[in-house]
Design a protein around this ligand. Structure first.
Ligand code: UFG
Length: 329
């Protein structure tokens, strides 16, 4: 049985939808930012906290857990700067309790959701996993701390782990029934689509004077189902013993500027956006694009969805959510 912590969140719920096809799944989520309705009915759902030993003991005593996949974290860069305690508490301290419990029950396989924010402001076209990690905010530091803890636990306790550093997760499940549901929403693609659905007056482009061809920031957008598939390959690699420890980037290898994303949203929806050009948002690197060559070579994974397909799937979801949302828990 596989324990998915944070399985009611955006990325966790997409992983669960794929994983229930192959494994028995138990989801632990405190629903602080996740939603019960996002969890596939075939998974066992437990509402509880990964920092709470009683909640964890109850699960590990009852179920034969083979591996833990950990998606439960706070992930807003700006919030982490003004409230670092929350980030170190939830992302670091609570994760340590989870790891301690795994060791107590002799569960040795762990998959960890990390982030491009561990790199800081890299000075390369394509970021490889051996680029220096210099996070510039508490969110990125909280994720890097766990990566370092995992390396120490592997040496000392024989923990097997895969760290997956996501770039810009986007898009929604092809069914259109689960997708991104953050409150507040800060990410570019959902904000643009909410605007094009008439839920926001306009969109703001944060900065037009970056050192990029059109002056706006470039990011690597990766479909959430592509991310989910990478997790399943990583899990198989741990369970079969093919891998003991690994760190992989997950991206498309293609960068798109903020302007290009907005234009693609306009093309997909056939609607025109009202754009306001504003100052830079603090802490935004000009360009973050992944090389995902390593996971392709070692596990055979590569991104399959294009930016247009990512936006098409997100558009389907946002339209569904607009009409059906009120009837879901
Ligand atoms: N942007 C706008 N207007 C908006 C929202 C975003 O111009 O209303 C711009 C941002 O300035 C940025 C780009 O769109 O240049 C993408 O922004 P997102 O907020 O969608 O995503 P980020 O690249 O900031 O964040 C992602 C992940 C984080 C991770 C970070 C690493 O969501 O978890 O990359 O830098 F920490």
């Amino acid at each position: 049985m596989i324990l998915v912590v944070g399985g009611a969140g955006y990325i966790g719920s997409h992983l669960v939808k794929e994983l229930v096809e192959k494994e028995q799944v138990i989801v632990l989520d405190n629903l602080s930012t996740g939603h019960r309705y996002l969890v596939d009915d075939r998974a066992v759902f437990v509402q509880g906290d990964l920092g709470n030993r009683t909640d964890l003991d109850a699960i590990f005593e009852k179920y034969p857990i083979q591996a833990v996949m950990h998606f439960a974290a706070n992930s807003l860069v700006g919030e982490s700067v003004v409230n670092p305690l929350k980030y170190y508490q939830n992302n670091v301290a609570a994760t340590l309790t989870l790891l301690e419990t795994m060791l107590k029950y002799n569960v040795k396989n762990f998959i960890f959701s990390s982030t491009a924010a561990t790199y800081g402001i890299p000075n390369v076209e394509l970021i490889t996993e051996d680029c220096p990690t210099n996070p510039i905010n508490p969110y990125g530091r909280s994720k890097l701390m766990i990566e370092q803890i995992l390396a120490d636990f592997a040496s000392a306790y024989g923990l097997n782990y895969v760290v997956l550093r996501y770039f810009n997760a986007a898009g929604a499940h092809e069914s259109g029934e689960i997708g991104e549901d953050h409150n507040p929403e800060t990410h570019l693609i959902p904000i643009v689509l909410q605007h094009l659905l008439g839920q926001r007056d306009k969109i703001s482009v944060f900065g037009t004077d970056y050192n990029t061809p059109d002056g706006t920031c470039i990011r690597d957008y990766i479909h959430v189902t592509d991310l989910a598939k990478a997790h399943i390959l990583a899990l198989e690699a741990l369970l079969t013993g093919k891998k003991k420890t690994a760190i992989y980037n997950l991206g498309n290898g293609l960068g798109y500027s903020v302007k290009e994303v907005i234009e693609t949203c306009e093309k997909v929806t056939g609607r025109k956006a009202v754009i306001e050009y504003t100052d830079r948002r603090p802490g935004d690197p000009a360009r973050l694009v992944a090389s995902s060559q390593k996971i392709y070579e070692e596990l055979g994974w590569k991104a399959e969805y294009s930016l247009e397909q990512i936006i098409e799937s997100a558009w389907k979801w946002h339209q569904w959510k607009g009409t059906k949302w009120s009837s879901r828990p």
